[in-house]
Ligand binder design. Structure first.
Ligand SMILES: [Fe+2]
Length: 257
């Protein structure tokens, strides 16, 4: 059979942005790619906000002074405006904002300390970022993964050195995740007779040397975005587009910040 035009869905996932530790230039390249790829479904894969203000780590290991939550929100909203502008231009109707472990810092505070103070719902991420009126579906960690066709989308998976392999072996599903800020891919089967499945981590869009890291150790963090193109019956082809030194060559073009 000759090639046929793919009329099914295309998904793009934007990995850990960690606002206000985000990398503007990397995000610009990522959004140029989104504009070119024209997905129907967009994911913010979690940890869009760092929520540094509620970190459990002591100040000696982290910033000397925490960024206050309201200051983080003041930076996050215009950044989300930028993403929404592209989404609007592309008429993307399906948008998922996955709760990451950093957003969960706020959630757990709201359900413990906050709950004692009264109804603190207006402090939550969906309220502060106006996710409802922006058309984003906020998906808590408990509600994850979001399943589209034969693929699962979630913020976290395993965090050892071989997390993609572990994910393949433990889940027996196709899983796209972030959190580790690196890119790993593994195909595998859990049991004889299983269908081949795949796990992949999709890098990050935050600064590659975090500001809290006073003596940065080498890491495997990489900028990029994840793409999943669906065929019939929920089957798909996926790829990770790495953004190295704020450049990405794809489909005959060079995208740069
Ligand atoms: Fe994370």
């Amino acid at each position: 059979m000759p090639r046929i035009k793919n009329i099914e869905k295309k998904v793009v996932g934007l990995p850990d942005i960690h606002c206000p530790d985000h990398d503007d230039q990397a995000i610009d390249v990522a959004l140029e790619l989104v504009e070119y790829l024209k997905p129907q479904i967009l994911f913010i894969m979690g940890d869009f906000m760092a929520v540094e203000s509620l970190t459990r780590y002591p100040p000696s290991n982290w910033r000397a002074v925490y960024t206050r939550f309201n200051e983080e929100v003041a930076i996050a909203n215009p950044l989300l405006d930028k993403i929404d502008k592209i989404a609007k231009k592309l008429k993307i109707k399906e948008k998922y904002y996955l709760e990451g472990n950093h957003e969960f810092r706020l959630n757990s505070w709201l359900y413990t300390v906050g709950a004692k103070l009264g109804d603190m719902r207006e402090l939550s991420i969906p309220y502060q970022l106006k996710l409802g009126s922006r058309g984003w579906n906020y998906v808590t960690q408990k509600e994850q993964p979001v399943i589209i066709g034969k693929a699962c989308y979630q913020h976290e998976s395993y965090i050892n050195n071989y997390h993609a392999n572990k994910t393949v072996q433990e889940t027996g599903r196709n899983v796209f995740y972030v959190h580790t800020h690196d890119h790993q891919v593994m195909y595998g089967k859990r049991m004889p007779g299983d269908r081949l499945h795949k796990a992949a981590s999709w890098g990050c869009l935050c600064k590659l040397t975090p500001s809290y890291d006073k003596q940065p150790l080498p890491n495997r963090w990489i900028h990029g975005i994840g793409v999943v193109e669906y065929m019939d019956e929920g089957c798909f082809t996926d790829y990770f587009l790495p953004i190295i030194d704020y450049k990405c060559a794809f489909d005959g073009w060079v995208f740069h910040g």
